[in-house]
Design a protein around this ligand. Sequence first.
Ligand SMILES: [Mg+2]
Length: 414
Amino acid sequence: MGGISNARPLACGRGASRRAWHPHRLAGGMTELRRPTSPATASGLRVEAVELRRIAIPLVAPFRTSFGVERQRDVLLVHVLGNAGEGWGECVAMEEPLYSSEYADGAQRVIEEHLLPRLFAQDHLDVTDVARVLAPIRGHRMAKAAVEMAWLDAQLRSAGQSLAAYLGATRTSVECGVSVGIMDSIPQLLDAVGTYLEQGYRRIKLKVEPGWDLEPVRTVREHFPSGILLQVDANAAYTLADADHLAALDQFDLLLIEQPLPQEELLAHAKLAKVVRTPICLDESIVSAAVATEAIEMGACSVINIKPGRVGGYLEAAQIHDLCLARQVPVWCGGMLETGVGRAANVALAALPNFLLPGDTSASDRYFRQDITAPFILEDGRLAVPSGPGIGVEVLRDVVDGLTTSRRVVRRVG
Ligand SMILES: [Mg+2]
């Protein structure tokens, strides 16, 4: 099957067309969601202290992308202690500013010196007002997202409501894909893909870069059953001058090409979408609902990868979901090598109706031997959506203590 155009947002590769991922069909005609404006607590949350924990958690195997290799994850956890209970957030910023300009040390400093003082200046604060209070601080969305997530978790726990229910989830489990890093050799890649398919993953994403693109994709396509859902992610490694080269990927019936060009180059992506038949999906470029709207309207993408950390939090992520649903642009949930804390919240988000493609919401053992929550386990290619209050998982304090590299507690003064 061919003849797929970027001008038709819902048309896609052969796997997708067979799967009928049109929101009107999959979401029962729903094109907008109504969710409560705030969790059901009377006056928001009064936070007394915030614990900032850094942990170093080893990956089961090095993960190589076009921007670098990761061997362990340096994670900043935000733990809020409030009048009505506690909540956890996970900052997705990485140790070095390679995926985006944010990085873990910088995010921690911004939280301590710029975000928490503004939040502590409020007596009680509802989570739906956190972004407004932090708006004068430009950028630093991953830092803001981590704080907002912890606030949201605390408020939802005290209200006895799950994040999934609050966001408007319509599923109790989500289909999972897996992201396969750049390998040293093709045989190694085939081994990795074969193992993930055996484990039940419903979609394979290959990381690509110049010099590691057509050949690995061709080989995977030829080696495995033709119906497997396959897509690629360049993490901004190409330029518009590579358009014809990228168009050579069209022959492989990919679901999408993710973020081929640099983050800021929306217009270049729109031009590329006229040359390449495979749908363009944006990741790094989409930093807010406003940018998502612009990107869609200028034809820079026909699919969006939503990562809550990248866009400033789960509430903004839900807004992006909604605007894409209204425009019939499918979305899926990306991953930033989250621990069980971030994974729990991502799985809740991915249960919303317009998440029409399997996400990078892989099982815990894809990344870690020992997660900091009970592990997320793949069952028939799906992960169960946590249904308990807040993010619905408990942090294993002993495990966190054993992985902790630094701990700071910032308290409300007065
Ligand atoms: Mg990506």
